[in-house]
Design a protein around this ligand. Structure first.
Ligand code: AKG
Ligand code: FE2
Length: 315
């Protein structure tokens, strides 16, 4: 802690038109990705692809779905996938609501979700969500390629990884505390993600806080509609043999600053490797002795937030 502690996430720019593998801007961004992940486990990325134009549509769709009656939202059931079911009306985190879409980067699964919410479907919702999720998936895959390359891993290794990735899309809403409440209120409990990486995006209402290695808490400000947070999950922490740590984070809603009753809508795209993840040989050396046994990444989801990945597959 202390005055010299970090107050901002590192911001990287993926907007250059020439961000093609092998170009100078790619190599520069690649080393920045590795550095930011090793230092903070998290960074902000600016990625232009259509987001300005999409922004209004995506968050009007988010409002539309969360404005549905609770019974309707509860039709999105857990079905064995812990991040999928509807969460809401929980007295411990009364401001929080969320629901997930398994394999949420496919139009088919987005449509199946919409069918549950609106029996006659909702084409506009599906179009907006699908357009958004493809952009987030692109960001995730650029990051994955950069991580693999920056550790000197062969392209086949990375392509195999990306080909076996499954994405869980989670839609979240955090209400603002009522006007009488002066103190900031917990929107979502402190945790680390179980994913390999998570891509987060939100509307203009801030609330995300990320803990640094020094124990400082950063209030994350998403500066523009084209900003995304990239966060390392426990899967990446174990796979990288702890070169990268998954940071603690939480959502805290505060009325004091804006005094407006605005809901914070956010979208989390969580990547999971469908299979056994193991630390690549290249990432094991004297300085970094093997810390994790090979593990079934998706099965990690069956453990609650209270279970540390070390208990699951730590050595
Ligand atoms: O709403 C957010 O920005 C963060 C949500 C989150 O941390 C999660 O769903 O794991
Ligand atoms: Fe999270």
């Amino acid at each position: 802690m202390g005055s010299e502690g970090k107050t901002k996430l590192q911001t990287l720019n993926f907007n250059q038109e020439d961000l093609k593998p092998g170009s100078n801007s790619w190599l520069f961004a690649r080393s920045s990705v590795r550095k930011a992940l090793e230092e903070d486990g998290c960074f902000m990325v600016l990625y232009d692809k259509g987001c300005y134009e999409l922004e209004k549509r995506i968050f009007s769709s988010m409002k539309e779905v969360f404005d549905l009656p609770t019974e309707t939202k509860m039709r999105n059931k857990y079905e064995g996938m812990p991040l999928k079911g509807y969460v809401g009306q929980n007295p411990r985190i009364p401001l929080h609501e969320s629901m997930g879409i398994d394999d949420g980067t496919t139009l088919e699964n987005i449509q199946a979700f919409a069918q549950k919410m609106w029996p006659n479907g909702n084409d506009q919702f599906c179009e907006n969500l699908f357009e958004y999720v493809k952009i987030a998936e692109e960001v995730d895959q650029i990051v994955a390629r950069m991580i693999f390359e920056s550790y000197g891993l062969m392209e086949e290794h990375c392509e195999n990884f990306i080909g076996s990735t499954s994405y869980l899309l989670r839609l979240l809403a955090h209400k603002s505390p009522s006007k009488e409440v002066e103190e900031p209120q917990l929107g979502f409990v402190c945790h680390t993600d179980k994913s390999f990486t998570t891509i987060l995006h939100q509307n203009h209402v801030n609330g995300l806080m990320v803990e640094t290695k020094d124990g400082d808490w950063i209030h994350v400000d998403f500066p523009s509609p084209n900003s995304f947070v990239v966060m390392a999950g426990d899967g990446l922490m174990a796979w990288s043999n702890e070169r990268i740590k998954s940071p603690n984070h939480k959502v805290v809603m505060n009325n004091k600053i804006k005094k407006k009753n605005e809901t914070r809508y956010s979208l989390g795209l969580f990547s999971f490797y469908k299979g056994i993840l193991q630390v690549p040989e290249k990432l094991i050396d004297e300085e970094h002795p093997l810390k994790y046994k090979p593990f079934d990444h998706l099965a990690l989801l069956n453990f609650g937030y209270s279970v540390n990945i070390k208990h699951y597959c730590g050595i």
